[in-house]
Design a protein around this ligand. Structure first.
Ligand code: AMP
Ligand code: TRP
Length: 335
């Protein structure tokens, strides 16, 4: 059976961009493949975190996976830091990746430009991401378009390891939806920027846990383009096109159907209806999220996830360590 791995950082909230670009696809892939979905808490540490908040966000991100429809009896949901093989392998990949390769990463350049101080971890972040993926002999990685470059690097590192040592790890494929299928949902305030949970302006995104009235307000105040025609045209009408993609994905209707219905009726009605569609999407997610608030419920899911993930990771790591020439512990004693 095909293996799928993906990770989401526990950096606060999840947006409808995270949902439409990635998590929605987790829920379909879980029925076709053996799936590992990881809350990548160690990646979150590459920028400053409040410890108490990180703890809460890690558990809530896992709760949101389940609330969005990831079934913990089918897919493996776990926390990255619980499986120490990730960091051990990451070091070996840091010693495989080139400085120049990491320096070219656009996410590093963007994030570094926004930080007062840049940690070494922010720089080596893609090696840890490659470790996450390669440990599980992954075939496919469902992510948004912003992760394409990291996936390319992961593939390069996998190929490098295999050509140096013989077949050790699977070379994974990216599973990135086209833009009209959610691969890159844009900010509600600036259609040239991707929708991001780390944005300072909370009006630029809809969070999955935003109350209905907040969602209505955010969508009504989303920027639009000149003119009043609702038409899919990413060049001329980037803001409306983004809203149309969101509408299409949450309603299941095609862009053509939407253009036909709202083409001449102006932006107001279109935005009001879109807000209601988005509220309909998040309402059951929010209900399930609340149902998982029972103490210990999500912790039990994560513990079961650890038990399934760790042996898989350990098997790959053992083979990789041997290939690098690291001496296994037992043999020293047996000399
Ligand atoms: P992150 O929150 O950065 O850990 O992202 C989690 C997942 O959501 C990754 O697969 C991202 O590529 C995806 N993602 C984040 N923002 C967007 C967006 N605006 N549009 C589509 N996918 C996104
Ligand atoms: N870098 C990804 C992001 O910011 C998160 C991530 C970490 C990830 N490890 C991963 C995604 C492994 C897919 C597979 O969205």
């Amino acid at each position: 059976m095909k293996r799928v791995f993906s990770g989401v950082q526990p950096s606060g909230l999840l947006t409808i961009g995270n949902y439409l670009g990635a998590i929605r696809n987790f829920t379909t892939l879980q029925h076709e493949a053996e799936c590992y979905f990881c809350v990548v808490d160690l990646h979150a540490l590459t920028v400053p975190q409040d410890p108490e908040e990180l703890r809460r966000n890690t558990l809530n991100t896992a709760r949101l996976f389940v609330a969005c429809g990831v079934d913990p009896t089918v897919a493996t949901i776990f926390v990255q830091s619980h499986v120490p093989e990730h960091t051990t392998f990451s070091w070996l990949l840091e010693c495989t990746a080139y400085y120049g390769e990491l320096r070219r990463m656009t996410q590093f350049k963007d994030k570094a430009a926004k930080q007062e101080v840049v940690t070494a971890g922010l720089f080596t972040y893609p090696a840890l991401m490659a470790a996450d993926i390669l440990l599980y002999q992954t075939d496919e990685v469902p992510v948004g378009e912003d992760q394409r470059q990291h996936l390319e690097l992961t593939r390069d590192l996998a190929t490098r390891l295999n050509s140096r040592f013989g077949p050790l790890v699977k070379v994974p494929e990216a599973y990135i939806p086209p833009r009209t299928a959610g691969g890159r949902i844009m900010s509600l305030q600036d259609p040239t920027e991707k929708m991001s949970k780390s944005s300072q302006d909370s009006r630029s995104y809809v969070a999955l846990l935003d109350p209905p009235d907040v969602i209505r307000k955010k969508i009504r105040s989303a920027v639009t383009d000149s003119g009043r025609e609702v038409r899919y045209d990413p060049e001329e009408k980037p803001a409306i096109s983004n809203l149309m993609v969101i509408y299409s994905l949450v309603s299941g209707e095609s862009l053509d159907t939407i253009a036909e219905r709202y083409g001449g009726s102006g932006y107001g009605k279109f935005k009001n209806d879109l807000a209601e569609r988005v509220v309909e999407l998040v309402t059951p997610i929010q209900r399930r999220f609340q149902e998982l608030s029972e103490p210990g419920a999500i912790e039990a899911i994560l513990e079961a996830g650890y038990s399934k993930a760790q042996p898989v990771a350990a098997a790959t790591l053992q083979a990789v360590q041997a290939a690098f020439g690291l001496v296994p512990r037992g043999q020293i004693r047996g000399e």
